[in-house]
Design a protein around this ligand. Structure first.
Ligand code: CP
Length: 304
């Protein structure tokens, strides 16, 4: 494949192959000298129209470990703020011989639109509005498989603001394809209407979702995307849907706690859980580098 826009259409075999490639990349990262010449001479443009810490830095590190030249571009401070259109901006970047454009944008569908407009460069979706965040789902899947083994029949609870979460949409696609059963929980006002058509169950009571779960996935409260009046108070939210020690104690003995970051400590997650023995949140961050290395390698340098 040339692009990664969505995980829709990926089979279980595609996902398994990708996770195996990620394992090789992680082995490279564990060596004292990490750099290899696999993508020497390739140019990767990181184009972020929305803020990011993890995704941007890990695409940059991934490209650099594979010896690509990585250029970081963000909309603030660019000619986009002078009114240049998205299409002109990205055509300009492609004209500078970029081999790949990593794009994050607040609007749904931007990576797909760019993939149709650009003829040469690969496009990688680093998050589009509330729609999808495929590389996050791949790193979540990789981390969960590493900790739990085969995910067939695993119970996953995704708790929080699903309505605004591109991570939840991509994770539902990826984890269901690997055979996990997904239950959603959170305030009814922060749930999409079509939970059944996503192939998942919704329960209002987070304790019901957490009971016996192998994966507890807590979502960030996306205050910047929420309309006033949709959300309960912080205290009520934390008490009913937050990751607390008492909620986590209901999960299976092998359960892992995940969060995509950035975290609102004291809101959707208590520090005792975020920093506790079941948390794999920093493993997720670490996996993000290997996942993005595998993506860059497979699309720009390796087998197509
Ligand atoms: N999880 C995630 O996408 O984090 P950033 O917004 O920091 O990239």
């Amino acid at each position: 494949h040339k692009n990664l826009i969505t995980l829709e259409g990926w089979t279980r075999e595609d996902l398994g192959f990708f996770l195996d490639q990620t394992e090789y990349m992680e082995e490279l990262l564990n060596r004292p000298i990490k750099k290899v010449p696999a993508l020497r001479g390739k140019i990767v443009m990181n184009c972020f129209f929305e803020n990011s810490t993890r995704t941007r830095a890990s695409f940059e590190i991934a490209g650099k470990v594979l010896s690509a030249d990585v250029i970081n571009w963000s909309s603030s401070g660019s000619s986009a703020s002078k009114g240049e259109t998205l299409r002109d901006t990205v055509w300009t970047l492609e004209a500078m011989a970029a081999d790949a454009v990593v794009v994050r944008h607040g609007e749904v569908g931007v990576p797909d639109y760019l993939a149709k407009k650009l003829t040469k460069a690969s496009i990688f979706n680093a998050g589009d509005g509330t729609n999808g965040h495929p590389t996050q789902a791949l790193l979540d899947l990789y981390t969960a498989r590493q900790k739990l083994g085969n995910l067939e029949g695993a119970k996953m609870a995704i708790i929080g603001d699903v309505l605004h979460s591109r991570v939840a949409r991509s994770d539902i696609q990826a984890f269901r394809k690997m055979g996990a059963h997904v239950t959603l929980s959170g305030p009814a006002t922060l749930m999409p209407e079509n939970t059944a058509s996503l192939g998942v169950e919704y329960v209002s009571d987070a304790r019901e979702a957490a009971e016996g779960a192998d994966i507890l996935y807590f979502l960030r409260m996306q205050r910047e995307r929420q309309e006033d009046g949709l959300i309960p108070s912080i205290d009520e939210y934390h008490r009913r849907w937050g990751a607390t020690d008492s909620l986590v104690s209901l999960a299976s003995p092998r359960a892992v706690v995940m969060h995509p970051g950035p975290m609102n400590r004291g809101m959707e997650i208590a520090s005792s859980v975020a920093d506790g023995p079941r948390s794999v949140i920093l493993d997720q961050v670490r996996s993000g580098v290997a996942v993005r290395m595998a993506l860059l390698y497979l699309c720009l340098g390796g087998v197509r």
